[in-house]
Design a binder for this molecule. Structure first.
Ligand code: ADP
Ligand code: ASP
Ligand code: MG
Length: 442
């Protein structure tokens, strides 16, 4: 069997949903399980509508109309959806009275995006002759912890999913992005989390392939919305794809690779609007590429933290004390660099950082700088290629871009630099030109 995940852009309107139906039909001989995101733009809209409700205004019409138009155009039975719309509206009215949205209620409300799109697609498939069932992921074994907004999937999901999915008649159309915790509360897996759902179902069911259908032809040499000349990459290793996803290549949610890697399941990233193109295949092994680097990625809006020892030159245990403070507050650190008396680190912004910094301030002086971007080049062959770091740094310096930190490990498959957010576009363009547009010596 295969897993086919369709993102929001692939489900943006009636025509696109019909197109998705055709793609699924062509893959019926491979026994597909389908995973869907909400209709394009709906999750953002639900976030906005919740915010307004928290301020006392109920604004449900646009949410209703986007879905209703599709339901009507596809000639689906409207009454099947009215309970969902009524429930959503009741929740908004409740919130508008209370003027408060808890993370638990937010996740429950956001789940309607995927519940509606899965219902729409399953009903459309059945109406057009492909027997299909809408499957809320949480009723089919997807259990998570209770971290609302960014829940982690529990191991027992891998045992529950196969037991529950086997009795589904027809093509299962599973809701991406959502699960339930042990108390029965709906949770969400973080923005873009439907890719992760696909990978979990693929791993749990021992799929032959996990297909991520999106609006671009595979993973590219850089984000095509920034670099017009970005090219599709034929093949990536799990390590390369994992690094790219972690460092901000939105095309894959960062947690997608791990479940596939553990089970050795091939992942393929494909274009819904150009379905015959092979896209990008991600497997365990690296395929040697003529170029040292495969792609460029970046993560914006990071925090740079400089810690200076106030007591003495860096004694043993100093780095450990800093790391422990961050670990206690569950702050994930990315880049790190040390000198004799200072340690520079980067992390994503958030309240946890503030708490960790208060602890560190008791034994060191701390300086914090916001608005930084980690920019990296990724490729298994970087360590052998030799001159990647020097080419990267020169290309950025030629553009007058200030580098705040530089990091390359001996066996690492990426080289990262820290720059200011406002330099991103210029920097990505400079690196793409250096590594991918200079045919002769690239
Ligand atoms: P979906 O709705 O299918 O989940 P996303 O918007 O989450 O789609 O991801 C696809 C988008 O990811 C592309 O439109 C592209 O702009 C962006 N992207 C960022 N980096 C890359 C990359 N290296 N390769 C391809 N797309 C990328
Ligand atoms: N609908 C969710 C989001 O917009 C999940 C996803 O698209 O993968 O974040
Ligand atoms: Mg996505």
């Amino acid at each position: 069997m295969i897993v086919m995940k369709f993102g929001g852009t692939s489900l943006g309107n009636t025509e696109r949903i019909k197109g998705v139906g055709e793609i699924i039909r062509k893959h019926l001989d491979r026994d597909p399980l389908v995973v869907v995101s909400a209709v394009g733009g709906v999750t953002d809209l639900l976030v906005e509508v919740l915010k307004k409700a928290g301020e006392g205004t109920v604004a449900f019409d646009e949410v209703h109309d986007i879905h209703y138009r599709i339901i009507e155009d596809l000639s689906l039975d409207e009454t099947v959806f009215s309970m969902d719309f009524d429930e959503m509206k009741r929740i908004l009215i409740g919130i508008s009275y209370l003027r408060e949205v808890s993370p638990r209620v937010e996740d429950m409300f956001l789940s309607f995006g995927e519940r509606l799109s899965a219902k729409i697609l399953a009903r459309h498939l059945t109406r057009t002759g492909v027997e299909a069932r809408m499957c809320p992921a949480y009723d089919y074994g997807l259990l998570t912890d209770s971290t609302f907004g960014n829940a982690r999937v529990l191991e027992e999901s891998y045992r529950e999913i196969p037991k529950r999915i086997k009795d589904v008649e027809g093509v299962p159309v599973v809701t991406g992005f959502i699960g339930k915790d042990r108390n029965g509360n709906i949770t969400t897996l973080g923005r873009g989390g439907s890719d992760y759902t696909a990978s979990i179902f693929g791993a749990a069911l021992g799929a032959e392939e996990i297909q991520i259908w999106t609006d671009v032809t595979g993973i590219m040499t850089a984000d095509p919305s920034v670099i017009e000349r970005a090219e599709s990459i034929e093949h990536l290793s799990f390590r390369e794809a994992g690094e790219l996803a972690y460092y901000g290549a939105r095309v894959l949610h960062p947690s997608t690779i791990m479940p596939a890697l553990k089970k050795g399941i091939r992942v393929r990233v494909l274009n819904t609007f150009d379905p015959d193109k092979p896209g990008t295949v991600i497997t365990e092994h690296a395929v040697s590429s003529e170029r040292g680097i495969k792609s460029i990625a970046y993560k914006e809006n990071q925090v740079l933290i400089n810690v200076e020892s106030t007591e003495m030159f860096m004694a043993y245990g100093f780095l450990a004390r800093i790391a422990e403070a961050f670990a206690r507050h569950r702050v994930v650190l990315d880049m790190i660099s040390t000198s004799e008396t200072t340690v520079s680190l980067t992390a994503a912004p958030g309240q946890e950082i503030e708490a960790a910094l208060r602890e560190i301030e008791s034994f060191a002086s701390v300086e914090v700088d916001y608005g930084k971007t980690i920019l990296c080049v990724v490729g298994e062959r970087i360590p052998e290629a030799g001159n990647v770091a020097s080419r990267m740094i020169s290309a950025l310096e030629r553009e007058g871009i200030k580098l705040e930190m530089i990091s390359q490990a001996k066996i690492g498959i990426n080289i990262s630099v820290l720059i200011n957010d406002e330099d991103i576009e210029k920097a990505v363009k400079a690196l793409h030109a250096e590594f991918f547009e200079k045919r002769a010596d690239a």
